[in-house]
Design a protein. Sequence first.
Length: 170
Amino acid sequence: MLQIAFRQIELTDQAFLWEMLYHALYVSEGAAAYPREIVREPALAQYVSEWGRAGDSGLMAVEEATGKPVGAVWLRQFTQLSPAYGYLDDTTPELSIALLPEYRGRGVGSQLLERMFDEARQQHPALSLSVSRDNPARRLYERFGFITTNTSGDSLTMRKRLSGEELLNL
């Protein structure tokens, strides 16, 4: 049985965050994978670049038996002057999450999200994210109470309130 430990993301984890950013990119079935250097394009790089700035927080999932990092969830605040794909406003941080492909569908992502919500609830009234309409992860986000607030092409911006009625949907 898969045993996973969870810990805070540290400054020394930035290389793994870049890897997770790459794995967070949705590639539809039959489409060619993106080149790895795509994560260095400014629109994507802003999710990880200079990790550890004020407001950055996140969790790593680590396989207990091997100590291997297998996934991460992280929050970063963006502004109207420098918005990211899931930007809602200057007070709502954007959530990013990814797992190594061989660890998907095993409950690790759900555990990461639950732990991140517990931590974020102490500081933020809501979280946002961006997801492709056809990405299977969209169902996971909806199950956890994210609702679509904006659509742009194939991309959805979703929000989850961390207080109030949407909590009852968990």
